[in-house]
Design a protein around this ligand. Structure first.
Ligand code: ADP
Length: 316
């Protein structure tokens, strides 16, 4: 994940929760994509603080740094080396076709993008292939990037010899959680509920959320299938889901009450996470030690992969 600060519910249910499950069965690597952050923001003054906040969220969600190394991408120089090699194996036309890039450019209202931004899926492929990953647990927006990583693995293996497995994406049941305005929940769109939001903040954000524009009065029948609050109920309030669906459709349940119920459930879900967050927030030294350990472990794997790569390519 890019270090963009505190994480939101989309990051949690689309990726992070899956990491917590998967790390029990897979050798996992979790990294702070600090070089990736430069693609959309050259101001690095907050990068340290944002990285810290993100790792705190990871740990609060249950990531175990003993099971799986946590590290900063920038500290494992081999990523940049593999990125350079892989960048020779893909055309600019292929990168220009990337739908996630097109969405980003549209959302950020950019007229033109940097060479590094165009090529960032190649850096991402290097990040993944470096650890010979079989699986990449991400949200839906990242699927085109995993496809590029698969193509690059095939291309490298064909040209130089079999080194890299083709990684498979692993998405959750909520691969694209909507934000309070119905677009994909995203930090940059100002529509996000943060994992660290206090109960009152969650309630306020939900109050402003768009539901079903055809349900104007409390007793009007609603359409759960178009309502983002219903999507949140699916995740955070499964026990009451069928009752909410029936009462929404019949008009017995108004949006104000439905949002209140939803807020209570989201807050219950987040309470233990926020509690754990407080433990880590006050002990920055723990985070530094976790990164130092993770970086040492990641570097060992990366060095071995790059030796194999150079040998296969007959350079160095
Ligand atoms: P953002 O879009 O807020 O900048 P990132 O691009 O840093 O978030 O995403 C980090 C991870 O969280 C990725 O695996 C991404 O697919 C996942 N993710 C981000 N937003 C959502 C969402 N709304 N629903 C599901 N997964 C998401």
């Amino acid at each position: 994940m890019r270090p963009t600060g505190k994480l939101h519910l989309g990051n949690l249910v689309g990726a992070l929760e899956n990491w917590v499950v998967l790390e029990k069965d897979f050798d996992s690597f979790h990294f702070i994509a600090d070089y990736h952050a430069l693609t959309t923001n050259l101001d690095t003054s907050h990068i340290e603080e944002d990285s810290f906040d993100m790792v705190v969220d990871w740990l609060a969600a249950g990531i175990d740094p003993v099971l799986s190394p946590i590290f900063r991408q920038s500290q494992i120089k081999e990523h940049s080396e593999l990125f350079l090699i892989l960048s020779m194996l893909i055309t600019t036309a292929r990168l220009e076709r990337n739908p996630t890039l097109k969405d980003q450019v549209r959302d950020l209202h950019q007229e033109s993008i940097s060479y590094g931004h165009l090529g960032y899926p190649v850096l991402q492929a290097a990040d993944v292939l470096m650890y010979k990953a079989n699986a990449v647990p991400v949200g839906e927006d990242q699927l085109p990037h995993v496809e590029i990583a698969r193509e690059l693995a095939r291309r490298f293996n064909l040209q130089f010899g079999d080194i890299f497995p083709e990684p498979e994406p692993k998405v959750t049941v909520f691969p694209r959680l909507p934000g309070t305005d119905r677009n994909k929940m995203s930090k940059s769109l100002n529509n996000a509920i943060l994992m660290s939001d206090e109960p009152d903040t969650v309630k306020t954000k939900l109050r402003g959320a768009i539901t079903d524009e055809l349900k104007i009065r409390k007793n009007d029948p609603g359409r759960p299938e178009v309502c983002l609050i219903f999507t949140y109920h699916k995740k955070f309030n499964p026990a009451e889901l069928s009752e909410i669906e029936t009462d929404c459709r019949s008009g017995a349940l108004g949006c104000v009450e439905c949002k209140q119920k939803c807020g209570i459930k989201i807050n219950e879900y987040l309470a233990p996470i926020i509690e754990r967050r407080k433990e880590f927030e006050t002990q920055p030294n723990i985070i530094h030690d976790i990164l130092a350990d993770g970086e040492q472990r990641a570097r060992e794997v990366a060095k071995t992969t790059m030796q194999e790569v150079r040998q296969a390519m007959r350079i160095g």
